[in-house]
Design a protein around this ligand. Structure first.
Ligand code: FE
Ligand code: FE
Ligand code: MG
Length: 165
């Protein structure tokens, strides 16, 4: 823990750590949901969709990495066990039990919209209190916004393809 770095945070650090750990849980679950979805997806354009899902999986894992490093910087502990992910998560986990491409894409759009909400709220909380976390959350939020648009664009392509066939 950086003691000076922690002391400049203008809010309750434990409260902030809990919020960061909740986001950390969300990122691991998002990673797994994308990773598995990419393996099981079936239907039109499945290769293109799988490639995008796989890329998003690696980006969610990178978000987990950023959050873990910030949690440690602030003297906290990233959640110790996968069992805790489901306890702390805000956005939850949608199992890709129906492999149809439209269903998988819709589940992940829902996940991204929840992530956008979560990070938008977190941004508001840290805005004047913690510029370092603000910067990190802004980076992640920008990527979640990109993810949502990627998936909605794919979903539109799927609709036009399926209407024509
Ligand atoms: Fe993410
Ligand atoms: Fe995302
Ligand atoms: Mg993308």
């Amino acid at each position: 823990m950086g003691t000076k770095g922690r002391s400049i945070v203008g809010m309750d650090v434990d409260e902030l750590l809990t919020m960061l750990n909740k986001a950390f849980a969300d990122e691991w679950l998002a990673y797994y949901q994308y990773w598995l979805g990419a393996k099981v997806v079936k239907g039109p354009m499945k290769d293109a969709v799988a490639a995008e899902l796989t890329l998003h999986a690696t980006e969610e894992l990178a978000h987990a990495d950023l959050l873990a490093l910030r949690i440690i910087q602030l003297g906290g502990t990233p959640l110790n066990s996968p069992a805790e992910w489901l306890k702390y998560t805000h956005c939850g986990y949608d199992a890709p039990s129906d492999p149809f491409v439209k269903v998988i894409v819709a589940q992940n759009i829902k996940g991204e919209q929840c992530a956008i909400d979560t990070y938008q709220k977190l941004l508001t909380v840290v805005k004047d209190a913690d510029p370092v976390t603000y910067n990190l959350v802004l980076t992640i939020l920008s990527q979640e916004v990109e993810h949502e648009e990627d998936l909605q664009a794919l979903d539109e392509d799927l609709d036009s393809l399926m209407l024509r066939s």
